[in-house]
Design a protein. Structure first.
Length: 437
């Protein structure tokens, strides 16, 4: 039998294959003459004479590829794509923008301007596909007040991610300062039929957080923004002119539920947390492991998450004596950068487990489904009970690597870094913990 480090890598590979976006779109969406059949709705297209596509996010290119594969042969459309990478192959009629993430860049602004120009040409005979995935809050951006510059917006994004506010609060502020968030793309194409297809890395029930909800009604208000601004002391980190405008001007509100812009709009979740769990569960059990799933450690500090999940694995092992067992977890852990090394939260999570599992029949994998882990070229890493002794034989110190944020280098020297390259997907991080009897 191959070593468990190899087995768990194969589990991850099989999971990624099961959530391949073009394949999922082909399974879930069909065109039937004059109708498009979605998992939760059938939409009549008899009056449609023009199709427009707006794709924003880390999975934008693969979502466009998937849409092209399911559209009737020869279907032409106009479109705009904002992504952090160049496309492998461009589609005729589509404008591509290399946009910034996690901070907006000039490409983010130019993409937003192009999207608004395109949507403003739509009418009742237009069908707009919005293809949204993670990272969209930075990849598509335009200040609501045209007096503010890219540098102003970059300052706002930096201030929000460092102020200690939860993601819901950050998105509330972003939506109200932006010309393309908080339902304002739906508003720009108010007369058109609109279908949003989403690949989400946010928890269920929080879909408005995906790309800051550009096509969904905004449940938050300007009063909420001003409260957040005060509660988190943002006046000292926002540009002074923007702070005055935000707190003293009569700002236009984002569109709310019941607005006519949402009368002919439909939101469809293509892939989310449940899909990731289902795919991983199938892959794990196909290898003979009895598995359970957990998402309780989302946003936990990395050390605390590692200890908790290993304790859960031990409990699961006691409940299933004599069996090979697995614990599957998703979500993002918090791993502050404390050094100048190479790595990210996934490899840091595995590094936190190295000493805890030393000498035991336990294997741990953590990797990003987007193929990206922090500033490293890897997606994550894998370790087992032999990792600590193997590292010591090479003169590697796992604690030093963790302190210097150099987890990728540590695992690369052991040939235990997971390198996939960008996957074109963006569900949540995946952790698989295996225990042998």
């Amino acid at each position: 039998m191959p070593p468990t480090r190899q087995i768990v890598r194969e589990m991850f590979r099989q999971t990624l294959a099961s959530i391949d976006i073009p394949s999922v779109m082909e399974r879930k969406i069909q065109f039937d003459h004059s109708r498009i059949i979605l998992p939760s709705k059938t939409i009549e297209l008899r009056a449609i004479s023009r199709i427009v596509v707006v794709a924003v996010g880390k999975a934008a290119h693969t979502m466009v590829k998937g849409l092209v594969s399911i559209l009737p042969a020869g279907t032409a459309f106009a479109g705009v794509v904002a992504a952090p990478t160049e496309p492998n192959q461009s589609v005729p009629g589509v404008q591509y923008f290399l946009a910034g993430h996690p901070i907006p860049n000039h490409g983010s602004l130019r993409a937003a301007e192009a999207v608004l120009r395109l949507l403003h040409t739509s009418d009742a005979h237009t069908l707009v596909f919005f293809l949204l995935s993670g990272g969209g809050s930075a990849l598509l951006e335009l200040p609501l007040n045209p007096l503010f510059t890219l540098e102003d917006i970059q300052s706002v994004h930096r201030a929000l991610v460092t102020c200690g506010a939860p993601i819901e609060a950050m998105n509330t502020v972003r939506r109200h300062l932006s010309a393309v968030k908080g339902g304002r793309l739906a508003l720009a194409a108010a007369a058109a039929q609109k279908i949003t297809l989403a690949v989400t890395d946010v928890p269920l029930g929080k879909e408005a957080a995906l790309a800051s909800g550009p096509t969904l009604a905004d449940p938050t208000t300007i009063a909420d923004v001003r409260r957040i601004f005060t509660d988190y002391g943002l006046s000292s980190s926002f540009p002074a002119a923007l702070s005055r405008w935000l707190m003293e001007s009569e700002l236009p509100e984002t569109p709310k539920s019941g607005h006519l812009a949402f009368a002919d709009a439909h939101f469809e979740l293509l892939l989310g947390m449940d899909d990731l769990f289902h795919a991983a569960h199938h892959a794990v059990e196909a290898h003979g492991y009895r598995s359970c799933c957990d998402n309780s450690t989302d946003d936990w500090p990395v050390e605390q998450a590692a200890a908790n999940l290993l304790a859960q694995l031990e409990d699961w092992q006691r409940e299933n004596p004599g069996q090979r067992v697995a614990l599957i977890a998703d979500g993002e852990v918090s791993s502050p950068v404390t050094g100048t090394g190479i790595g990210g939260r996934n490899s840091a999570f595995v590094l936190c487990c190295v000493e805890k599992i030393a000498g035991r029949k336990i294997t741990v994998l953590s990797a990003g489904t987007d193929g990206i882990d922090g500033n490293s070229p890897g997606a994550g890493a894998v370790a087992d009970g032999d990792t600590l002794s193997r590292a010591k034989s090479l003169g590697l110190n796992h604690r030093d690597a963790l302190h210097s944020s150099d987890a990728y280098t540590f695992f690369a020297k052991l040939s235990d870094a997971i390198v996939t390259g960008p996957t074109g997907n963006n569900l949540r991080d995946l952790r698989i913990l295996l225990a042998e009897p």
